[in-house]
Write a new protein. Sequence first.
Length: 492
Amino acid sequence: MRAKWLFPVLVCGLMAVAAPLGIGAAVAQDSQPGLSDVLTDLLRGVEGADKDAGADRRVPFGREEIQLSFAPLVKQTAPAVVNVYASQTAKVVSPFAGDPFFEQFFGPSRPRAQASLGSGVLVDPSGLIVTNYHVIQNADEVKVSTSDGREFTSKILLKDQSVDLAVLKIESDKPFPVVAIGDSDALQVGDLVLAIGDPFGVGQTVTSGIVSALARSPVGISDSGFFIQTDAAINPGNSGGALINMEGQVVGINTAIFSRSGGSIGIGFAIPSNMVRAFLEAAKAGREFFERPYIGAGFEPVTPQIAESLGMDAPRGALVSNVQEDAPAAKAGLKAGDVILAFNGAPLEGVDALGYRLATAPIGSKAELEVLSKGKIEKIEIELERAPAGENAPPVLLSGRSPFAGAKVAELSPRLAQQLNVGSAKGVAITDIAPNSPAAGFGFQPGDIVREVNGQTIDTPQKLALISQQNTRWWRFSVERDGQLLQQVLRY
């Protein structure tokens, strides 16, 4: 009953104060708003809206808008989201292997198939699909199932563990439905988004939510530390699926969740679409790995103590720790101790933000940096070059009776270091390992940097190859992995 008389009372009250304010119908002019305008503004809550913050964004108004549906948006985008099935054949060693008596009852060891399930997004009518690296990691075969029930065997065009992305290719005589790649930099916290994928293998599922945070880092997903956080429900199987904005564009690739139970608790993370676009362009160009622009400098976080010593109001940006001679950074005038505050006008929250901006910038272009140097802020221009390949000496395959037999090693260059995703650009690194080789059995991995073997410093692949031929059963070596030095002594 109150609702029937509340509105007339509100109108009468406004009319009572309208006359003293000169808002009555008799005095309404172009320079003054009418009563209907005032009521509209008051009821809609748009009076004094901050247009710079995005005037096209507002909360739903009225019951009609609250009852609006995402169905047209889902109908437009869902056909481009696919299911990805990755299978791997793993050899299971029987405890009775090699025993002729027990093998006649239990048989020899047999390989066992392992499968993983994820999602992917069609981004090109020719059949290019973007998914997560961890969905297809170590897979022998990757199959793709589209929303209309068709199944394809796919080819992996490009994959990179450091950014947790992969591009697949499927073939058909008809173009595939696709979803456009949007601009993730245009996202704002609070924007509505949809997550589309295949959680737990139950079938294509759509969930809704908002952008909870931007530039979230670090979250322990990959080496890339720049993620979109959303409360749209993301569960196992959603990996590689699409995060869709209200314009029907993919603005992120759903990658991981934070959960203590294994299910969604409203904290999910997606790789920004601008990173996806750069990765896709590398796949289209036929690159062997995802190359980032090279500037030849090292960076460290700006701590509160460093910020205070430099006179900064808050810790932000990336501190230049070293600059390589004749590198683009040195030519641009960067020096150790400088702080990069912005990249092409985008403020940098930290070192991860700089890495993201570099990775999404095209090689061969120029970038404008805002730099704090000796207490003054200045803008400099820097060339974004391709990492030097060094002398391009071919890898050496190690043999002999050593733990390294079956490993390929090469001298590190900036480009090889980027390909292997290692921080150091000097030394001898393992680039590949033959299956079932001694090196594989001892747990060596591509990207391991061999620093010392049997008391000798390893500075060339040829030196390591010579040492590997030694006739000894005792081996003592030091290997750098993920920035940590691992030392081992063993008898082989």
